[in-house]
Design a protein around this ligand. Structure first.
Ligand SMILES: Nc1ncnc2c1ncn2[C@@H]1O[C@H](COP(=O)(O)OP(=O)(O)OP(=O)(O)O)[C@@H](O)[C@H]1O
Ligand SMILES: [Mg+2]
Length: 332
């Protein structure tokens, strides 16, 4: 039985997963306090994690019908993310591990997004090519039999989720923009406007900066009243370009690697049109249910099924690493 804990951004998450990758509980407490600021405020996120983390862990255990004594391993997000937010989950996990003598597995959040599809009922095991499109990262990777991840290409500027959120903001939608943009796009025509898909970026790298700028200029050129009238068409066409930018690279990656197995993860993979587009590819495609695409602790536990636990003596010195940083070397 694995207890997963995830606090890298603004969702306080805990989950229980059994040794066969079945989810017994997956508790996600969305803070909902950042909307007024148009983005996550790191200090507020960390404080909200402090208030909720113990309650969320207790809820995950209760929902799974187990007690701490039944937990064989604790998996916790070590990074990347907001350091203050990460520290709350990390301290909670370390305290439980030390006091109860439970082995601790530090987990990279992005590996969680890559391996979310290995959980039941999908149970889609490597090898495969993975696309992760989340709020802070977007990349393609090759995942070998052991779950080792080798990056094949990534974004040269914004992440797909960032492009989604910035586009949504330009169209006057609240943060986080993804779900609202998808709803608005549902009433629009995805072929109404041609937005760039960075086709000129060769290989498996991606770019979203031109897309965002193109929407900004289009709205400015149309004028506010006209843009307001075409809001749904703009949303649908913009989202269509995000989907195509991703799908074109996925097609290239499958061809370049000669693979016919694709796993998809990250918050943007909750998007309906993207799911449809990728599922239509001539490959075996695994996209987890929406709640496993956005941040959750079940995916963190999934990684721990394939990674060794820390030596007990290394647990107290375990440190978080922020976005853009690499895991620190263990303290000797
Ligand atoms: N239905 C949707 N359509 C498009 N985008 C979506 C949808 N739902 C969520 N998103 C986007 O997914 C992103 C959040 O994904 P996720 O929770 O994986 O990111 P994160 O944890 O903040 O970033 P990272 O995992 O890179 O650290 C946001 O940008 C959000 O707008
Ligand atoms: Mg994430």
């Amino acid at each position: 039985m694995i207890l997963g804990i995830e606090t890298s951004c603004d969702d306080t998450c805990a989950a229980v997963v059994d040794d066969d990758g079945r989810i017994l509980s997956n508790v996600i407490s969305s803070q909902g306090i950042h909307d007024a600021y148009g983005g996550v405020v790191p200090e507020l996120a960390a404080r909200a994690h402090v208030e909720r983390c113990d309650l969320v862990v207790a809820d995950a255990l209760r929902t799974a019908g187990i007690v701490l004594d039944d937990v064989d391993r604790i998996a916790v997000t070590q990074g990347p993310g907001l350091v203050g937010a990460l520290l709350v989950g990390l301290q909670t996990a370390k305290a439980l591990a030390v006091v109860r003598g439970i082995p601790l597995v530090p987990v990279d959040h992005l590996e969680g997004h890559v391996l979310a599809c290995t959980l039941a009922p999908l149970s889609f095991d490597p090898p495969f090519v993975a696309l992760v499109a989340s709020g802070g990262h977007t990349f393609l990777a090759r995942v070998d039999d052991d779950g080792r991840i080798q990056e094949l290409g990534g974004t040269l500027d914004d992440a797909a989720g960032e492009a989604v959120d910035k586009g949504a903001r330009l169209l006057g939608l609240p943060y986080p923009g993804g779900p609202a943009l998808e709803r608005l796009a549902g009433d629009g025509d995805p072929t109404a406007f041609a937005f760039p898909t960075a086709k000129g970026v060769k290989g498996l790298d991606l770019s979203f900066a031109g897309l965002k700028t193109s929407l900004l200029y289009r709205i400015r050129d149309m004028g506010e009243a006209e843009a307001e009238r075409h809001r749904a068409d703009l949303a649908a066409s913009y989202l269509h370009a995000v989907v195509e930018t991703l799908a074109i690279r996925v097609e290239r990656a499958l061809e370049a690697t000669g693979t016919d197995r694709l796993a998809v993860g990250g918050g943007v993979a909750a998007n309906g049109p993207l799911r449809e587009r990728l599922r239509a590819l001539p490959a075996s495609v695994a996209i987890p249910e929406r709640a496993l695409c956005t941040d959750n602790a079940a995916m963190i536990a999934a990684v721990a099924l394939r990674r060794p636990a820390l030596a007990a003596g290394d647990v107290p010195g375990l440190e978080a690493y922020g976005t853009g940083q690499r895991p620190p070397a263990p303290v000797a």
